[in-house]
Write a protein that binds this ligand. Structure first.
Ligand code: GUN
Length: 300
């Protein structure tokens, strides 16, 4: 039987709907409007698109959006001074500095300068530590979105075997922590792992986040497994024209969908969940900052 295709676009729209409802409630009952500040340094074309989408969706759910576009030659001092201002601005509940930063800026230093309570990316070492020790954290948006999709697909994850392919700080590592927190038995594999296929084949849940088009093939996948594809790779599409390209994931979708129980497509799977979770984190940060109950269904 063919796998269920997980509709991340529809699920993300539901999440944004819940965020919008909570924002309305905060306005009505507490005269509070959550605010998200996004900082973009330089003119990376892909980053400009992401930042535009974030601002648009922030406004659509009724929150305030503050965009700060700085030139590529911005000094560390100037950027840190802006973060300092945003840290103390009561109208700003979430701060996101778009990555990658120009090479002369140290991303770790910049992320560490963000107040952990406003770190809606969940990248600050304080949030990393809180997540790893099972405490209340702000959680990185992409793995958070994957967890939401898995919960929606499977329900209780307790006792499931899960393999995360990739160990980045943004996806692989926090994904493994979230799955551990959901009582899965978790394996993390990476470029030096010698028996990836065997480990994946033993897994009820597979999360692929390596950025290698089509790495995960059908005979690696346990029949009925739920496969979450975080990869977004642009590859040539000669059938569409000489210079045409298309987006593909890390999973060989056409083949794996014949084996898996459920699978996310690329595009339209995990991608739309990331901004939805960013908005959810901003509402959560706003509630925590004001000592209000956290929005139900929008936290881990
Ligand atoms: N660049 C690509 N993805 C992300 C993300 O999730 N957060 C930030 N800050 N930058 C990114």
């Amino acid at each position: 039987m063919a796998a269920r295709i997980i509709d991340g676009k529809a699920f993300a729209a539901d999440v944004r709907g819940s965020v919008a409802q909570h924002v309305m409630k905060l306005k009505k009952e507490h005269d509070l409007t959550p605010g998200l500040a996004v900082v973009l340094v330089g003119e990376d074309a892909a980053s400009e698109v992401y930042v535009r989408n974030k601002a648009k969706q922030t406004l659509e759910v009724g929150m305030n959006s503050y965009e700060h576009k700085l030139p590529a030659d911005t000094t560390e001092e100037t950027l840190l001074a802006l973060i300092d201002r945003l840290n103390t601005d009561p109208a700003v509940h979430g701060i996101l500095v778009q990555l990658p930063l120009p090479r002369h800026l140290d991303a770790n230093l910049v992320i560490t300068a963000i107040h952990p309570a406003k770190d809606v990316d969940g990248f600050h070492i304080s949030n990393v530590g809180l997540l790893a020790s099972g405490q209340k954290a702000l959680v990185p948006c992409t793995p958070f979105g994957c967890l939401m999709l898995l919960r929606n697909e499977i329900g209780d994850l307790r006792g499931k075997t899960a393999t995360v392919i990739g160990r980045s700080n943004i996806v692989g590592k926090p994904m493994a922590q979230l799955l551990l927190g959901a009582d899965c038995s978790v394996t993390v594999v990476h470029r030096w792992s010698s028996n990836i296929a065997e480990l994946v084949r033993a897994s009820d849940i597979v999360v692929a986040a390596v950025g290698q088009p089509g790495l995960i093939q059908a005979d690696w996948v346990k029949p009925g497994a739920v496969v979450i594809d975080v990869g977004i790779n642009r590859v040539p599409a000669p059938d569409k024209g000489e210079y045409a390209t298309k987006l593909v994931g890390d999973v060989q979708f056409d083949e794996v969908q014949k084996i898996a129980g459920a699978i996310t497509p690329v595009p339209g799977g995990v991608g739309p969940m990331t901004i939805a979770c960013l908005l959810a984190n901003t509402v959560t940060a706003c509630c925590r900052a004001n000592g209000l109950p956290e929005p139900t269904g929008l936290t881990v």
